[in-house]
Design a protein around this ligand. Structure first.
Ligand code: CA2
Length: 146
């Protein structure tokens, strides 16, 4: 099984600013923890970040070849991007929306997700553990469809 983690804009800044909201781990720290858990589960992962909406769309489209599940922290594009929503719907690859923070406990503009209706589920508010929980949910989906 292969799981693709996609990270959207500004997540490359993790660990450097706003630790009260997003924690002290960098994205590389989170990737390392996800890789450790993936090894225990016998799952192959790919882990990427881009600030560019079009790049994320390209990666979602490419996921049709060889990816069993996408775990997506679309960051601010969660709340704005029809393009990401359309790409998820078009590829048909099961996608899990994740967030570090509990978006529903924050500003009202973060309460709306344009991608949620085309995702299999949502994990939010568990900090870096949202990534591990996303991986475990992806494995469960894979087992259910095997
Ligand atoms: O909680 C999450 O994971 C978010 O997807 C993070 C996004 C935010 O726009 C979403 O509403 C919720 C923001 C990522 C920006 O990350 C930063 C990291 C360090 C310093 C500043 C921003």
């Amino acid at each position: 099984m292969k799981v693709l983690f996609l990270n959207g804009p500004n997540l490359n800044l993790l660990g450097t600013r706003e630790p009260g909201v997003y924690g002290r781990d960098t994205l590389a720290d989170i990737e390392a923890q996800v890789r450790e858990r993936a090894a225990e589960l016998g799952v192959e992962i790919d882990f990427r970040q881009s600030n560019a909406e079009g790049q994320l769309v390209d990666w979602l489209q490419a996921a049709r070849e060889g990816i069993d599940c996408v775990v997506l922290n679309a960051a601010a594009y969660t709340h704005t991007s029809v393009a990401l929503r359309d790409a998820i719907a078009a590829t048909g690859v099961p996608t899990i929306e994740i967030h570090l923070s509990n978006v529903h406990a924050r500003e009202s503009f973060r309460h709306r997700s344009l991608i949620a209706p085309v995702c299999r589920g949502i994990i939010a508010g568990f900090g870096k553990d949202s990534y591990r929980l996303g991986l475990e949910a992806a494995v469960r989906l894979g087992q259910a469809s095997a």
